[in-house]
Design a protein around this ligand. Structure first.
Ligand code: 13P
Ligand code: SF4
Length: 328
């Protein structure tokens, strides 16, 4: 079957370095040692990149790894806001990304000047921002959360009025879990998680009645209301490993299936389907801009680098550190 088109941005043109995959991987390992670099990769990266990484994790785990590393160079295989977070935590280190254009619909849908103006409507509120936002939005926030600690952190803010940005679906799930119906939400969404089809997923469940539905909280309510378990990428992998069930319908970006299958060998993993059958819409077009070739070049040339203006960095650091302290 031909490769299905992905949603969102036009995929970057492939780069041919005239190297075999083995040569590329050996080259990346050599450059990593020469540069004293650490490779951090998100679960939504292509499997070849995950296999080369020093740490593969969810957004919180990767921030924790970035906060702890003693490497001189961080090669961040994920999207821009993740690498930016690593730079905010490590201003003296070089942070490179394979592709500087790897963005995120949640971060792009919440521009800092518009967000700042919107916040004026909610004086006295604590601003809780999902890590999927720009450094400038982090700088306007009181505390950052990820999908693995958002409920815990919002529960800890008892008695405070809360503004939550930028994911409305994660926000709605947190509202329910933390019993905070009064929480004000920014109306952003993830282009991948909002395309899952409730109808097609239920048809899969009819064909696989013993399969459990497991979903990321960025999914819309039509998916979440059927889920047997909801959690961050690392929580979903852990659940698939520990649950006695032998089959799972997995409603999140398809890159997660690589590590999930290693963690749960012998179990059947079925990717939840998008609305549009002719589109690989459960693949994040931003995450998949990164390739082995671009990772090789980023380590060879120490380009492209991620930078954050110092005034923004200092203001963005405080809510990230608050998150890290509240996550232990
Ligand atoms: P987590 O890995 O933190 O669950 O986040 C998912 C995601 O969408 C990252 O962009
Ligand atoms: Fe952003 Fe969604 Fe891609 Fe994650 S999967 S990086 S939330 S667009």
């Amino acid at each position: 079957m031909d490769k299905l088109p992905v949603i969102g941005t036009t995929p970057a043109a492939p780069i041919d370095l005239g190297m075999t995959e083995d040569e590329l991987e050996a080259g990346i390992r050599r450059l990593k040692a020469e540069r004293n670099a650490v490779i951090l990769a998100h679960y939504y990266q292509e499997s070849e990149i995950q296999d080369l990484a020093d740490h593969v994790g969810d957004s919180l785990q990767l921030s924790q790894a970035a906060a702890k590393t003693t490497a001189d160079v961080i090669a961040f295989c994920g999207v821009h806001f993740m690498a930016e977070t690593a730079k905010i935590l490590n201003p003296t280190k070089i942070v490179v990304v394979p592709d500087l254009e790897a963005g995120c619909s949640l971060a792009d849908g919440c521009p800092a000047p518009v967000f700042s103006k919107w916040l004026e409507k909610y004086p006295g509120h604590t601003v809780v921002s999902y890590i999927n936002c720009s450094a400038e939005v982090k700088a306007l926030s009181d505390v950052i959360v990820t999908s693995s600690n958002a409920v815990k952190i919002v529960k800890a803010l008892e008695g405070q009025k809360i503004v939550f940005a930028p994911d409305r679906y994660l926000g709605a799930w947190v509202q329910k879990q933390a019993n905070r119906p009064d929480m004000v939400k920014w109306e952003g969404s993830c282009i991948v998680h909002e395309t899952f089809s409730e109808k097609r997923m239920l048809a899969l469940k009819v064909q696989n009645p013993d399969a459990e539905i497991i979903a990321h909280p960025e999914c819309h309510e039509g998916i979440l209301k059927h889920a047997d378990f909801i959690g961050s990428t690392s929580a979903l992998i852990d659940y698939a490993k520990k649950s006695p069930s032998m089959a799972f319908i997995v409603a999140t970006e398809a890159g997660i299936l690589h590590k999930m299958q290693i963690a749960a060998p012998g179990k059947t993993l079925i990717a939840a389907p998008p609305e549009d059958e002719s589109c690989a819409c459960n693949v994040c077009p931003h995450m998949r801009r990164n390739t082995l070739e671009k990772l090789y070049l980023s380590l060879r040339d120490l380009q492209p680098q991620v930078d954050v203006p110092e005034a923004v960095r200092v203001r963005a650091l405080a809510p990230i550190q608050r998150m890290l302290e509240m996550s232990v």
